[in-house]
Ligand binder design. Structure first.
Ligand SMILES: [Zn+2]
Length: 498
């Protein structure tokens, strides 16, 4: 039985699949057999197979039947949402009314702890080693602290972005009576946490502090004050939703608004970014993003189903804008990044085939490869998170965030190309080992830090308790009231906010 932790790990003779710094995002890197040496939290050597001299104290993993790949970097996930459910058939408008404006207010700090813990473990199980966590259940200081505690306990690397947000006290009309008080609580907490070892929320630096800021328009002095303040404290990234599809309550030209407020910088991540392809889009927004070095976090699986607008990850790559992928929420779609890669790639291929078909043309080849989706989910995500010097690829000097796939599994044994195998055929069941920060957190298919059965038991109890509290409300009645409010505002010439 291998030790729980070991300061030196040798991955022996595995087939390496990784992008490296400087590779063209649309190229396909060569795969090769290697030894990978890990000391403490870092990769210290990537060498010819069976070439490394064994150090004195080490733990060796025979990788002759494994693929060695970087862990996934999920650039947009609401991790706590594993404690809510039944959202798979919702549209985005339903989600806003039933989850954001109702259920989220009924979730206790203990529920958040369990949802967050389960959500982090689900991520690790599927080979995700880093998340940009948009934490939009910041109802109290305790909610925030419990989410951080769960993240720390799980072993996942997280850029924990506390939302400056408010919960409505009324649906029709939509009102946020206590916004000033809530804002003070959230901002005081962000300021206090940012002073904790320069925003390192855990001693090993695995969990760091970011902010989520979904205030519409971002054109008030207060918006500027808040964003400038957190930036001055070294809090990053700053992430905001930006949608623009059929279900989007409004098209907001959010990139332009941030730019005109002087707030668009390379630490800003817009999730979805579908406003960039809206029928009333402002094409200059792409250039504003590129010039500022700001990024897109695309979550294609739920964007397509809920009506956020269509996925823009590849359009961003084409335009030289940094782009990554995410799952958004495990209560809506799969907790794994594999479907996110497939949806992003196949949607884009479909879009290209459709464009050609309009002119009675057909493609002879697919110009986008499976490997390009793998890049979006690994090094591309690291670039979005502003961490590409540390994570996202297997290179000497980087943090050891590594996934070992069982290349002889039922899903993968027929594949000889790990990029194609990982993107099109793998599931969490094929993720055999996960190493984060040099620590083995999934070993031979099993989570190391927590007993999943115990977590699942407590999680189910919490889910039931949340459902009982939500049952006091008629969600469809509230949804109808919210839609009426939106219609009335539109008739008055006022665009509702997202
Ligand atoms: Zn989201």
């Amino acid at each position: 039985m291998p030790p729980k932790t070991c300061s030196t790990i040798l991955l022996r003779n595995g087939l390496l699949a990784t992008y490296s710094k400087g590779d063209d995002p649309l190229s396909v890197p060569a795969t090769r057999r290697v030894d990978v040496l890990i000391e403490d939290d870092r990769i210290v050597d990537v060498a010819e197979p069976n070439s490394l001299k064994l150090p004195q104290y080490y733990f060796v993993i025979d990788c002759s039947n494994k693929w060695i790949a970087p862990g996934f970097v999920d650039t947009h996930r609401h991790v706590w949402m594993s404690v809510v459910n039944d959202q798979e058939d919702w549209t985005l408008s339903e989600y806003l009314c039933k989850l954001s404006w109702t259920t989220a207010a009924l979730v206790t700090a203990e529920d958040v702890y369990l949802g967050q813990l389960a959500g982090c473990l689900q991520a690790i199980h599927g080979g995700t080693t880093t998340v940009v966590d948009h934490f939009h259940c910041a109802n109290s200081v305790d909610h925030i602290e419990q989410a951080i505690r769960a993240t720390d306990e799980s072993g996942l690397r997280s850029m924990f972005c506390i939302a400056r947000q408010s919960l409505p006290t009324s649906i029709d009309p939509l009102e946020f009576d206590d916004d000033e008080e809530v804002s003070k609580m959230q901002m005081d907490t962000i300021v206090r946490l940012s002073s904790r070892d320069k925003g390192r929320l855990t001693a090993d630096g695995r969990v760091t502090l970011g902010m989520a800021y979904d205030v519409q328009g971002i054109n008030s002095a207060e918006d500027t004050r808040i964003v400038s303040l957190v930036r001055s404290l070294g809090v990053r990234p700053i992430t905001a939703h930006y949608v623009g599809g059929p279900q989007a309550p409004a098209y907001s030209k959010k990139v332009r608004a941030w730019s005109e407020a002087g707030l668009l910088k390379d630490d800003v991540i817009f999730s979805h970014g579908s406003g960039l392809m809206h029928k009333r889009c402002d094409p200059d927004e792409w250039k504003l993003l590129k010039d500022a070095g700001a990024s897109i976090a695309s979550t294609p699986e739920d964007e397509l189903g809920m009506g956020h607008g269509n996925p823009v990850a590849y359009e961003a790559v084409r335009r030289g804008v940094k782009a990554g992928l995410g799952i958004d929420s495990a209560s809506i779609t799969s907790a794994e990044m594999f479907p996110a890669m497939r949806f992003a790639l196949q949607w884009e291929r479909g879009r290209m085939h459709e464009a050609l078909a309009k002119d009675d043309q057909a493609a002879r080849y697919n110009s986008l490869t499976a490997a390009s989706a793998f890049r979006l989910a690994t090094l591309g995500g690291a670039e979005v998170a502003g961490r590409s010097s540390d994570i996202g690829s297997i290179e000497a000097g980087k943090l050891a965030d590594i996934v070992l796939y069982n290349a002889e599994s039922i899903n993968l044994a027929h594949c000889h190309d790990p990029f194609k195998g990982i993107v099109f055929h793998a599931t969490a069941a094929d993720v055999e080992w996960v190493i984060i920060n040099g620590e083995i957190v999934k070993r031979e298919g099993n989570l190391v830090r927590k007993n999943w059965e115990e977590v699942a038991d407590a999680l189910r109890r919490s889910i039931r308790a949340v459902q009982e509290r939500v049952a006091q409300y008629d969600l469809d009645e509230r949804y109808a009231a919210a839609m009426k409010f939106k219609r009335d505002r539109a008739e008055d010439g006022v665009e509702a906010s997202d």
